[in-house]
Design a binder for this molecule. Structure first.
Ligand code: FES
Length: 374
């Protein structure tokens, strides 16, 4: 404490002692005020990470756990948990005077940040020179120990073969081979809690969806996603991935930042029964929201409809169909041709205001705290 004083009354000490942790506004400063064993603490409400509201977190002993991504700060000193002490949020002196809790706003400790190596996905998005690149994303689920023929995989492989034959680099990612967590809804806590790179990816080195982010955001010029139809929709693995891609779309919502630029998507949809157009519509809509563009006729598909549930025959038809394999190859070529034109003209924006949406407020930070976090 440097002797400066600006004591502000923030309420009855008895009443504040009833709640272990709460957010309190003291003039224009937002505080996380805590009480444990009769000892009060007051630290900045804004977490060092991306500004999460510490006062809405929980106490773990004397540490406040941020409700967004669980960073921890001492409730009295503001210092990070053991091992991360150099990461500190401002703490404020407190005193009880005539039954009232007061905070000295004039003498906070400094906010300090321990350098954290940024995740490799956070690097600048720049197309590396080289031939066109097509990523194939297989979303079918099967027992890896007892694999079976997959019509959607079969056609995806035909698409990649065609791309390779025309000189493109290709990469096949099977979601079934990756271990990755379901989206845990950080966005539902606050839009700014859903970060790029994905919060789960940053926190969990064992989560393997980083391969998909790397391919879609950094590596590929075009992507073809293949899916079976399951109960009239794309596969469950597709949706598990799609939910995790919220962080790519959310970069536009929170920062007007377009991560997917000059990239093209196409789809392969194979089902025993129908609803091809419904599945394609969902996939087109979702990938459009991410920022992908589409070639003419952006999907190839196969289904034999309600009255043809003879699946063995359905499999055989896909396996033997030269037309479907050719169609998948031509889809790859359409995707790559459009990608080449987009790369040459480079016309898609890096930033965009999304139609009709207001600039997004950073609700939990005072202006000073927001600046501190820049
Ligand atoms: S841990 Fe606090 S904002 Fe991420």
């Amino acid at each position: 404490m440097d002797g400066r004083e600006d004591w502000v009354d923030i309420g009855s000490a008895e009443a504040l002692a009833q709640t272990p942790l709460r957010r309190v506004e003291a003039r224009s400063t937002s505080l996380a005020v805590s009480c444990r064993d009769g000892v009060f603490g007051a630290v900045s409400n804004a977490c060092n990470h991306v500004g999460g509201p510490l006062g809405e977190g929980a106490l773990d002993g004397d540490y406040i756990t941020c409700p967004w991504h669980q960073w921890k700060f001492h409730r009295v000193t503001g210092k990070g948990e053991p091992g991360f002490e150099a990461d500190a949020v401002p703490s404020f002196p407190v005193r009880v005077d005539s039954g009232r809790l007061q905070v000295n706003l004039a003498a906070p400790t400094r906010r300090t940040k321990q350098p954290h190596d940024p995740h490799s996905l956070a690097r600048k998005i720049e197309r590396a020179p080289g031939p066109l690149r097509l990523a194939g994303l297989s979303t079918t689920a099967m027992d890896p120990k007892n694999p079976r023929f997959s019509g959607s995989d079969h056609l995806l492989e035909a698409a990649l073969e065609s791309a390779k034959a025309s000189g493109a680099e290709t990469q096949l990612i099977r979601l079934n081979d990756l271990s990755f967590r379901a989206c845990e809804g950080y966005y539902s806590k606050a839009a700014h809690a859903c970060t790029w790179p994905c919060s789960i990816t940053q926190m969990d080195p064992d989560d393997q969806l980083d391969r998909v982010y790397e391919a879609l955001v950094h590596w590929a010029d075009a992507v073809i996603v293949s899916t079976p139809i399951r109960w009239g929709a794309a596969s469950s693995l597709y949706f598990r991935m799609a939910e995790r891609l919220n962080c790519v779309q959310n970069a536009i919502t929170t920062h007007n930042r377009v991560l997917i630029r000059n990239k093209v998507a196409g789809f392969i949809i194979v089902g025993g029964q129908d609803n091809i157009q419904g599945v394609a519509g969902q996939m087109l809509g979702f990938f459009a929201e991410l920022g992908f563009l589409f070639p003419q006729f952006p999907y190839v598909a196969h289904s034999r409809g309600w009255s043809r549930e003879d699946m063995e025959e359905n499999v055989r038809i896909v396996q033997d169909s030269a037309e479907l394999a050719q169609g998948a190859g031509e889809l790859a070529q359409r995707c790559l041709h459009l990608a080449e034109r987009l790369i040459t003209t480079d016309h898609t924006p890096g930033r965009i205001m999304r139609g009709g949406r207001k600039a997004f407020p950073v609700a939990h930070k005072t202006k000073r705290e927001a600046n501190a976090n820049e």
